[in-house]
Design a protein around this ligand. Structure first.
Ligand code: MSP
Length: 516
C-alpha cells in the first residue's frame, strides 16, 4: 500500500536565539540518517526541520541584540539552514514559524480547538520560565544558590499574572491514557513512556495558551492583545508543513500522522502530552511516535556558555571530517541514552572503525585488484563455505538494520554493519589473497570478487551514515546510481566480473591522536 510506504520524520524546530551546537547537530543527524535509510529502503520520505521563532525568549534576545525581532530571526534561522547544509542533511523542507503558511495554520488549529469547546478565557497567575518557554506549578520548583526559584531544568522562573486563554487539558487525561495504551510504541524509549504515563496519571491542569504581556507571536484570532503561547504555535509546525489546514490535500493525506517526531528528552512532555491533546481536540490524528534521545556532556561536564565548552559542529567537521562526525556522534553511545563527548574516544573510534576498519578493507581490496588484476574485477569461482558465510552476512544487512532502525536503535543497526566489516577483515586475513597470487590465481580472483561484493553491500548500508564516503566507494566499484539501494543488496544486484574499476583512493584518512 502506497500510504504505508510513506514516512514522515521531523526534528524539533530550533530556537533562533541559540548558536547551533553539537546537541542540535546530533538530533538533526539522527533524523537525517533515518530519513536516508528509509529512502534507501524504497519509502517515500518527507523529512522536515526548521526554526522556532516566536515567544518571549526570542523577543528578549532580539532586544538585547538591538535588532527587530524578524531581522534577528532571519539571521538565527540562517545559521540553522547553514548547519543543515554543512552536515549534508537531506531535509525536504525547512519551516520557519514566522512564515505566512504557518501563521495561517496556527490560527486554524486555534479555531478548531475553540469550535470544539476546548478553549476558555481566564487569567494566569503563576510561574513561567522564559528559557524553557514553560509554565511550572509551585511544587515543581526548587531554590538555587541565590535563593531564586528554579524549574527542574535549572531555568529561573518568574511570576506572571495576565489575562489568558486556557486549553482544557484536564479533560484530556483519560483519552491520552487510552491513546498511550492502544499505541504501546508511541513513546520511546520505554523509560520515557513510563515517565509520561505517571505524569498524566497524576492528573492534568488546564494549560495557559495565550500571552498578553508581549507581542512577538501569532495573533489569537479575534482576540486583540492576545498572542498564541509559543509551544502551541511551535508544535503546529509539524502539520503546517504537510498542508494544514487543508487536511484533504494529497500531502496531508499521504504524510499525516507523522511516523516520527524526534526530540531531546527535555521536550518530551510538550510532544507527548500537549501535542496529542491539541491534535485530538482539533480532530486531527496524533503522531505515531515520539522518540526522546539523551543529552551530551563534554569531557564529563555539562555543556554551557559560561563554562565555554559548547561544541560547534562546524569545528567538528573541520577537525574530523563530515562523514566521520556524522558517524561518530551516533556511534559513541546507545541512542536514547545520555553520553559524553571526549576527543580521545572520538579519535580512537574514527581510527578504529572507519580508517582501520571499513576504510582499510576497501583500500586494500581495491588497490590489490588495481595492481594485480589490471584494474578489472575478477570472476568468482566455486563458492567455499567461508565465501558463503561472508556473503550471507552481508546480504542479511538490510533486514537486520531495518528492524533496529524501525525502533530508532540506531546504534544497534550500526553494530550489525560493523560486525560485517569485521567479518570481512577476518576473511581477507584468513584467505590471504596476496599469498594466492602465485599459488592459485583463480582462487585469488574469487576471494577478491567476494570481498568486493561484500564491500558493495557494506557501502550501500553505510550510505545513510556516511553518504559521501559510501558514494566514493561505490564509484570505485562502478556501481550505478540506480543500484545504490537496499533492493540491490543480494545476489540480484551482484557485481559483474570483467568490469574495469576506476583507480582506488582512500576514503577515511587516519587521524592524529590528540595530545593527552
Ligand atoms: N524550540 C524548541 C523545540 C520546539 S519543537 C516543536 C526547542 N528548541 S531548542 O533549540 O532549544 O532545542 C531543540 C533540541 O536540541 C532539544 O530537544 C534536543 O533535541 C537538542 N539538544 C539541545 N541540547 C542538547 C544536548 N546537550 N545534547 C543533545 N541534544 C540536545 O527546545
Amino acid at each position: 500500500m502506497a500510504e504505508d510506504r510513506a514516512y514522515y520524520i521531523t526534528t524539533p524546530i530550533y530556537y533562533v536565539n541559540d548558536k547551533p551546537h553539537i546537541g542540535h547537530a546530533y538530533t538533526t543527524i539522527a533524523c537525517d540518517v533515518i530519513a536516508r535509510f528509509m529512502r534507501l529502503d524504497g519509502r517515500k520520505v518527507f523529512f522536515l526541520t526548521g526554526t522556532d521563532e516566536h515567544g518571549q525568549k526570542v523577543e528578549k534576545s532580539a532586544q538585547a541584540a538591538g535588532r527587530q525581532p524578524l531581522e534577528f530571526c532571519d539571521a538565527g534561522s540562517a545559521n540553522f539552514k547553514e548547519l543543515a547544509k554543512a552536515l549534508n542533511i537531506s531535509n525536504d523542507d525547512f519551516i520557519r514559524t514566522t512564515e505566512p503558511r504557518h501563521i495561517k495554520s496556527s490560527q486554524a488549529i486555534w479555531k478548531a480547538l475553540e469550535a470544539n469547546g476546548d478553549i476558555y478565557l481566564g487569567s494566569y497567575a503563576g510561574w513561567y520560565a522564559v528559557r524553557d518557554e514553560a509554565f511550572y506549578a509551585e511544587d515543581e520548583l526548587t531554590r538555587n544558590a541565590d535563593g531564586k526559584f528554579v524549574a527542574p531544568s535549572g531555568a529561573i522562573v518568574e511570576w506572571v499574572e495576565e489575562p489568558s486563554y486556557f486549553f482544557r487539558l484536564s479533560a484530556w487525561a483519560d483519552r491520552l491514557l487510552q491513546f498511550y495504551e492502544a499505541n504501546p510504541d508511541c513513546i520511546l524509549p520505554p523509560a520515557r513512556r513510563n515517565e509520561v504515563l505517571s505524569f498524566v496519571r497524576g492528573g492534568l491542569k488546564d494549560l495557559s495558551i495565550s500571552r498578553t504581556s508581549f507581542t512577538w507571536g501569532v495573533p489569537v484570532p479575534d482576540a486583540p492583545g492576545h498572542i498564541m503561547y509559543v509551544w502551541l504555535d511551535a508544535l503546529t509546525n509539524y502539520i503546517t508543513a504537510v498542508g494544514y489546514p487543508d487536511t484533504n490535500s494529497e500531502k496531508f493525506k499521504t504524510f499525516w500522522p507523522a511516523d516520527l517526531h524526534m526530540v531531546g528528552k527535555d521536550i518530551l512532555r510538550f510532544h507527548t502530552v500537549y501535542w496529542p491533546a491539541f491534535l485530538m481536540a482539533a480532530g486531527v490524528a496524533p503522531p505515531k511516535r515520539v522518540f526522546a534521545h539523551g543529552w551530551w556532556t563534554v569531557e564529563g561536564r555539562k555543556m554551557s556558555k559560561t563554562d565555554g565548552n559548547v561544541i560547534d559542529p562546524h569545528d567538528l567537521i573541520g577537525t574530523y571530517g563530515l562523514d566521520q562526525t556524522r558517524y561518530v556522534l551516533l556511534r559513541e553511545f546507545p541512542f536514547g541514552n545520555d553520553g559524553d563527548f571526549s576527543r580521545k574516544s572520538v579519535v580512537n573510534r574514527i581510527n578504529g572503525e572507519l580508517a582501520n576498519g571499513f576504510g582499510n578493507l576497501g583500500q586494500r581490496t581495491l588497490s590489490f585488484i588495481n595492481k594485480n588484476c589490471g584494474g578489472v574485477l575478477p570472476a568468482p569461482g566455486a563458492r567455499t563455505e567461508a565465501d558463503a558465510a561472508l556473503l550471507d552476512q552481508a546480504y542479511a544487512l538490510p533486514e537486520k538494520m531495518r528492524t533496529e532502525m524501525g525502533l530508532q536503535a540506531i546504534h544497534q543497526a550500526l553494530q550489525h554493519w560493523i560486525d560485517v566489516v569485521n567479518a570481512a577483515n577476518r576473511y581477507i586475513d584468513a584467505e590471504a589473497p596476496w599469498a594466492l597470487r602465485k599459488t592459485d590465481p583463480a582462487r585469488m580472483g574469487s576471494v577478491l570478487w567476494v570481498l568486493a561484493e561484500a564491500i558493495r553491500c557494506l557501502a550501500i548500508a553505510a550510505h545513510p551514515f556516511v553518504p559521501d564516503a559510501a558514494d566514493k566507494l561505490l564509484d570505485q566499484l562502478a556501481v550505478a546510481a540506480a543500484a545504490r539501494n537496499f533492493a540491490a543488496i543480494g545476489p540480484q544486484g551482484a557485481l559483474q566480473p570483467g568490469v574495469a574499476l576506476p583507480a582506488p583512493a582512500g576514503i577515511f584518512p587516519r587521524l592524529q591522536e590528540p595530545a593527552a
